[in-house]
Design a protein around this ligand. Structure first.
Ligand code: PEP
Length: 252
């Protein structure tokens, strides 16, 4: 019922030339992958080139961040309208690297989500606990705070247009993956919050991706969990072979 999503977050990797070469190689892979949606998130400088190279294919292009204002004196920032102009359909919001490197808050995440929705973009909203929080038994408290503040004021119709990514911070770029059961438990918790906050059908429809050291050799077990609706992948999305294997994850 929920179409899975395989999304590659390229972070601060790839020039325009490298981006175009990659997108051209994965066009047939994405076009053949009727079982899932395929998204790539290049750096800002390569977004327009990625969108041009992806035109007419099943590949969707996401930005890795946005500002909430339409325009203004915000040196170094990019608006949601500019992302649309560059050909983006999606935008990653609240990635833990932005929360930790740039001090991004849940309130800012919320403003960005609303701005993205208003511009017709699909926000991929990231939530996830740090290792110390998990060890103190605070995972659910952290996820609930990020969910409630980050998505505050959304209507059920708004909520049905977003994607959530559960990314435990201790699993990102560390090679340490949450077990499929741990990930599924967090997803179940998030879906329960969605049910309380937005309603039954919205909770059933929301896609919750897992992110954190997903690789071709562990994606099958993760995707076998009913609660896991796809993956947001960093490192393993950078190489064509590996990204192809992720898109074509083992299916029953
Ligand atoms: C990410 O960047 O969202 C991520 C999950 O990275 P990695 O797959 O490298 O852990």
């Amino acid at each position: 019922m929920r179409k899975p999503v395989i999304a590659g977050n390229w972070k601060m990797y790839k020039t325009i030339e490298e981006t175009v070469a990659f997108v051209e190689k994965i066009r047939p892979v994405a076009d053949d992958a009727g079982h899932c949606e395929v998204i790539v998130a290049p750096p800002f400088t390569a977004l327009a080139a990625a969108a041009a190279a992806a035109r007419g294919s099943a590949i969707k292009v996401a930005a890795q961040n946005c500002h909430w204002d339409k325009e203004g004196a915000h040196t170094g920032d990019i608006s949601t309208g500019m992302l649309r102009d560059a050909g983006c359909t999606h935008v990653i919001i609240g990635h833990s690297e932005r929360r930790h490197d740039c001090g991004e808050t849940d309130e800012q995440v919320n403003r960005k989500v609303k701005a993205a929705l208003a511009a017709g973009l699909t926000p991929i909203v990231c939530v996830g606990e740090m290792l110390a929080e998990r060890e103190k038994g605070e995972t659910e408290k952290v996820l609930e705070g990020q969910f409630r503040l980050g998505l505050a004021g959304l209507t059920p119709a708004d909520f049905s247009r977003i994607i959530i990514a559960y990314e435990p911070v201790w699993a990102i770029g560390t090679g340490r993956t949450a077990t499929p059961e741990m990930a599924a438990e967090a997803h179940r918790f998030l879906r329960g919050l969605a049910r309380l906050e937005f309603g039954e059908s919205e909770a059933e429809g929301i896609r919750i991706l897992y992110g954190g050291s997903v690789k071709p050799d562990n994606i099958g077990a993760l995707m076998a969990q009913e609660e896991i609706d796809g993956a947001l992948v960093g490192g393993a999305s950078l190489k064509v072979d590996s990204f192809t294997a992720l898109v074509n994850y083992p299916r029953p």
